[in-house]
Ligand binder design. Sequence first.
Ligand SMILES: [Zn+2]
Length: 273
Amino acid sequence: MALRSLRAAGAAWLLLGSIAGSAFGQGDKVAPSGAAAHATDAAQIAELVAANRILADQGVLDAFGHVSVRSSQDPSRFLQARSGAPALVTAADIVEFDLDARPVDPGDKSVPLERFIHSEIYKARPDVKAIVHSHAPAVIPFGITAEKLRPVYHMGSFLGTGAPVFEIRDGAGSATDLLIRTPAIGAALAKTLGSASVVLLRGHGDAVVGTSLPEAVFRAIYTAQNADLEAAALRLGAVNFLTPEEAKAATATNAVALNKAWLMWKQQVAAKR
Ligand SMILES: [Zn+2]
C-alpha cells in the first residue's frame, strides 16, 4: 500500500514536472543581439513581474499575452518575460530586447513570437513606456463588428474617441495565423495605433500602451471592463458615450489616481504567493 502511494506520488510529481516544464519554452529561439547587456534594474524587474501576475490575477492575461516595459537604463531597450504563462513569471524569466526585438542575452530562453508588437510600438512612440498585449475576450466583438470600442464611463476615458482596429489582411493577406510575427506587421500595427492608447487586433485581441507600467496595466484592465459594459449597454439601447472633452478630463484625473489601484493590485498578488 505504502509502495503504491509512493508510486502515485512519484507519478504526480512527474506530471507536475511536465506541466511546469511546458509552461515555458514555446516561442522563438533567437540568437543574442551581440550588444552588451545593461546593468540590471532589480526594482524595475520586480515591477514587471508584479505586472505579469496582476494581469493574470485580473483575468486580462491567461496562458497567453504579455506585458513589457521600456528599460529605465536605456530607452532603446525594453524588458519582457520569455515565452510562457504570465502567472508563473519570475525575475529570472525577464529578457532584455533591443528595438528590433532581438534579445540581448537570452541564454537558453525562448522569446515570445509576438515581441514585434512591443518593439515596433516603442520605436514609433517615444512617449510609450509600457505595453500590454492580451486576448481579453470582452474586446473581441469590437474588433469584428462595426461597433467601435469607446468610453462608456470615466475609467475607460483613455479610449478617447474610440480604439482603432488593425486589419492584418491589409498588409499580410488572408491566410495568416493572425499573430504579429514580423517587424513589418508590427510596424503596420503601430501605424494603426497612431497616437491612441489602445488598438484592437481584428479576430485576435488588443494592445494597450501607457506612459508607465502602472498606467498600461490600469488601461489593460479597464479596456476589458469598458468593453463588457459597452456590450451590456448596447443590448439595452442607444448608448450615451463620454464626450471627447469628458474623456480628456477624466484621463488627466486617472493618471494621478491610478497609483492607488496599482498598490492594491500589487498587495493582492503578493499575498497569494
Ligand atoms: Zn496575441
